[in-house]
Write a protein that binds this ligand. Structure first.
Ligand code: GLV
Length: 329
């Protein structure tokens, strides 16, 4: 029987599915450190990860390894050059999380714009004594301009929801999306700078790559409106969190909603000291149904990439399909 490592706690019934095909080494405890990960993966044919860093050293430590299946759409934890050099397949879990993640983007954006977390903390602290005309004034979403940076599947799902709020949608992306998608979303393309100047609410939905590091830093924040909000449901590192904390403290933008952070699960302590930011622990895809769908899709990818199950040899979501069928190097 082939051997697989499941590097993180996941739904036990998904482990049972994997056990139909493999000998499963399941880490149902704390996140594995680099040494422990290398030790546990060394004799495996495949692995299921969720954000665990997999680079050349891990692949070299595991000469039989043919596939690493990430339970996430983002795979910036994979060094894809190392995967390609070693002929190891990487897979991810796109699409099944689009709608839940887009919903959550709206939840954070609305919470930031309408100061929901900030006012709730104030209320819980027993500070509410009277109604006041200027208590927690926020900014409107209805009729405002939504700026989406990253118009992939999740960006489009997010933009689609803007119709109900009569919003003007502008977007920035590596390349323009097809004209029929622009028409359906009533979205127009803008340069990053133009978008930052014009949008009332900016949402980041782009993948994290070396070139996207600090897409939003001090210079970009300075372009935004004083009344604008910034929401990050993409990845830590796309925003310069120190610069954002500073801009929020100085009210150079109105508010932010953040689900992802540089260096998470640790976060820049300055973010904890500013009131006008809503902070959530990387839960944009976290509904029961969606996390189950992601876990099962990650299992499907692992099972089929290792030549088992109904789709043997044809994993649904290969990131680097060119290595399929090539000998491990
Ligand atoms: C979550 O962050 C994902 O990439 O799926």
């Amino acid at each position: 029987m082939q051997k697989v490592l499941v590097a993180r706690p996941i739904f036990p019934d998904v482990i049972e599915r994997l056990k139909q095909y493999f000998e499963v080494d399941w880490n149902d405890g704390d996140v594995l450190g680099a040494d422990e990960l290398q030790r546990r993966i060394a004799d495996k044919d495949g692995a299921l990860t969720a954000g665990d860093p997999i680079g050349a050293a891990v692949l070299a430590a595991a000469p039989r390894l043919r596939v690493v299946s990430n339970m996430a759409v983002g795979y910036n934890n994979f060094d894809m050059a190392a995967f390609n050099a070693a002929n190891v397949l990487g897979t991810n879990t796109p699409d099944v999380l689009n709608e839940s993640t887009a919903d959550f983007g709206w939840a954070l954006m609305m919470a930031a714009a309408r100061r929901i977390a900030e006012s709730e903390h104030w209320l819980r602290a027993g500070k509410w004594e009277k109604w006041s005309y200027d208590g927690f004034l926020g900014s409107d979403l209805f009729g405002s301009t939504l700026g989406v940076i990253g118009m992939g599947r999740i960006g489009q799902a997010l933009a689609r929801r803007a119709r109900g709020f009569s919003m003007n949608v502008i977007y920035h992306n590596r390349s323009r999306v097809a004209p029929q998608i622009e028409a359906e979303l009533n979205a127009s393309y803008a340069s990053k700078e133009d978008l930052l100047r014009r949008a009332d609410h900016v949402v980041l939905v782009l993948p994290y790559t070396a070139e996207n590091h600090h897409t939003i830093g001090a210079a970009e924040l300075a372009l935004m409106k004083l009344t604008a909000t910034l929401t990050n449901i993409a990845r830590g590192g796309i925003v310069d969190d120190a610069a954002l904390a500073e801009a929020l403290r100085e009210k150079r933008i109105a508010a932010a909603g953040l689900d992802v952070f540089e260096g998470e699960p640790k976060l820049n302590p300055a973010l904890l000291t500013v009131p006008n930011v809503v902070l959530t622990p990387h839960i944009a895809s976290a509904t029961e149904a969606t996390r189950r769908a992601m876990a099962n899709l990650a299992a499907d990818n692992l099972i089929s990439a290792l030549g088992e199950g109904p789709r043997a040899g044809c994993p649904p979501n290969p990131i680097n399909p060119d290595v399929i069928g090539k000998a491990r190097s």
